[in-house]
Design a protein around this ligand. Structure first.
Ligand SMILES: O=C(CO)[C@H](O)[C@H](O)COP(=O)(O)O
Length: 232
């Protein structure tokens, strides 16, 4: 097995475990990315096997497409402004449960759904757990303001790089029609303060820093053929 296959297997195991937390009658936020996809597939299987009623609120076109394919009834956040549970992946999680998301450029909708949820289950592999957040923070920006936002990021001590597509020439366009700036700050000493600063930049829609949800968050870490619950 290659290391990529092994990593996917870890994501599969933890995604399936998270789907086990879904109960009959729940409205569930469906995160974006490879780990969340495994949870979506398993929720669909459980709906058929156990005849449970679950409504899914997707966080992206990707999760909406996957949810429909899995047989999950899909609804809008506007239909269900309060959710029982959200299952989502992450790119980095620190010891205080501050999280960086947005590797898939879906963090704006992911943050809206997380905010509306009573509980958040974050599903990651062990490589994403760190003492201090240090990876670049994705910031979704209105294209008109991208240059100005990048200058603000520089004044905050960061370095912003416009994300470009892998299978598309030119900038990545989010599900909301915006650009992504990946903003490197080195080790982030004050994640909550940085999130607040990023929130005040005109034209910056949403940062991938999630610092306000630790109280309602459970972090499941896949490893060694199983998973563990991270403690804060
Ligand atoms: O934030 C995200 C998408 O915007 C993803 O949840 C995050 O990038 C993790 O993805 P994966 O489970 O594929 O590693």
């Amino acid at each position: 097995m290659t290391s990529k296959q092994a990593n996917l297997e870890v994501k599969r195991i933890v995604g399936i475990a998270a789907a086990g937390e879904v109960e009959d009658g729940m409205v569930v936020g469906l995160g974006t990315g490879s780990t969340a996809n495994y949870a979506i597939i398993r929720i669909g299987e459980r709906i058929r096997e156990e005849e449970i009623a679950v409504v899914g609120v997707p966080t992206s076109y990707q999760s909406a497409i996957r949810a429909r394919a899995a047989g999950i009834r899909v609804a809008d956040l506007a239909d269900y402004p309060e959710l029982d549970l959200t299952i989502d992946g992450a790119d980095q999680v620190d010891a205080a449960f501050n999280v960086i998301k947005g590797g898939g450029a879906a963090h704006t909708r992911e943050k809206c759904v997380a905010d509306a949820s009573t509980r958040i289950l974050i599903v990651v592999d062990g490589t994403k757990v760190t003492d201090r957040l240090h990876m670049p923070v994705p910031v979704e920006v209105v294209p008109y303001a991208a240059t100005g936002v990048a200058r603000h990021i520089g004044r905050l001590g960061g370095e912003a790089v416009l994300r470009e597509g892998i299978k598309k020439d030119g900038p990545v366009i989010t599900d909301n029609g915006n650009f992504i700036l990946d903003c490197a700050f080195g080790t982030i000493e004050d994640p909550a303060g940085l999130e607040t600063s990023l929130n005040t930049i005109p034209g910056a829609l949403t940062s991938g820093l999630f610092t306000e949800y630790a109280e309602k968050m459970t972090v499941m870490v896949g490893e060694d053929g199983g998973y563990r619950i991270l403690t804060r």
